[in-house]
Design a protein around this ligand. Structure first.
Ligand code: HEM
Length: 225
């Protein structure tokens, strides 16, 4: 009896912690995107569109597209899986468009100013990230149109998609953090705001890693039963 009550309260504490951390992740990715929009003030210059579109793509749209499948933190937890999948690819397509617009803005801005391209770690990894996101988006098509990948089981395709999606997301988070190290950002914020800003993509990446790896472990456990 006492043991039952203990496990019940433990489950309640874990449940509250999970809901709390999911709410925190949503707040972090929305708050960080709003903060970056205020900092860059899109439209104030050609450059301003770069941090704005990139944060919108990687901090908001891509994070929310993944959190849709979270068991505890999905805002549409009770909807059909089909609905979640549809919203996932709509958000991911929007993220890809924003990432391409962000890349075009910085590329054209540098071209106008006669500066060399892809010379920093941020610029180089950023370019790789946008290329990987484009490949990941095209490679996801067989998940919707299965006839495009004959001979591949849907389960295998989903596993590869989740694993490569996680890598893509982490690349995006690292590129975001490297962007925060740029002179433009470090001279625009004070010390503590810089640390708080860098914490945002790091926290979101932890939440996404936890979600994807737990789903993978749960499937593995089911297969071995
Ligand atoms: C995942 C998100 C991001 C990606 C994929 C990305 C990608 C890139 C790329 C490819 C370039 C080089 C363009 C060229 O050389 O023609 C670049 C430059 C730049 N980005 Fe980002 N960026 C991202 C986020 C950010 C953020 C959030 C900021 C600001 C806080 C930022 C600030 C800059 C600055 C100042 C430059 C010019 C200096 C340089 O080349 O390093 N970026 N970015």
């Amino acid at each position: 009896m006492v043991h039952n009550k203990e496990t019940e309260s433990e489950a309640r504490i874990y449940g509250c912690a999970r809901i709390g951390s999911s709410v925190l992740t949503h707040c972090v990715c929305i708050g960080f995107t709003v903060f970056m929009a205020v900092m860059s003030w899109p439209g104030s210059s050609l450059f301003s569109w770069h941090p704005f579109f990139m944060t919108l793509a990687f901090s908001l749209l891509m994070t929310e597209a993944i959190l849709i499948f979270s068991r505890h933190g999905s805002p549409i937890r009770k909807c059909l899986h089909k609905t979640k999948v549809r919203l996932h690819w709509i958000l991911q397509s929007l993220a890809l468009c924003c990432a391409l617009l962000g890349l075009a803005a910085i590329f054209y801005n540098k071209h106008l100013n006669g500066k060399a391209h892809f010379t920093s770690w941020h610029g180089l990894l950023g370019l790789i990230t946008v290329c990987v996101v484009s490949v990941q988006s095209v490679a996801a098509l067989p998940l919707i149109y299965h006839s495009l990948a004959k001979g591949w089981s849907l389960a295998k395709l989903k596993r590869y998609h989740a694993a490569s999606g996680l890598v893509t997301y982490l690349l995006g988070s690292i590129s975001l953090c490297l962007g925060l190290c740029s002179t433009w950002f470090t001279t625009s914020v004070r010390d503590y705001s810089w640390y708080l800003s860098a914490l945002c993509p790091a926290l979101s990446a932890l939440a996404v890693m936890n979600q994807v790896s737990s789903a993978y472990m749960a499937k593995k456990r089911l297969q071995s039963c």
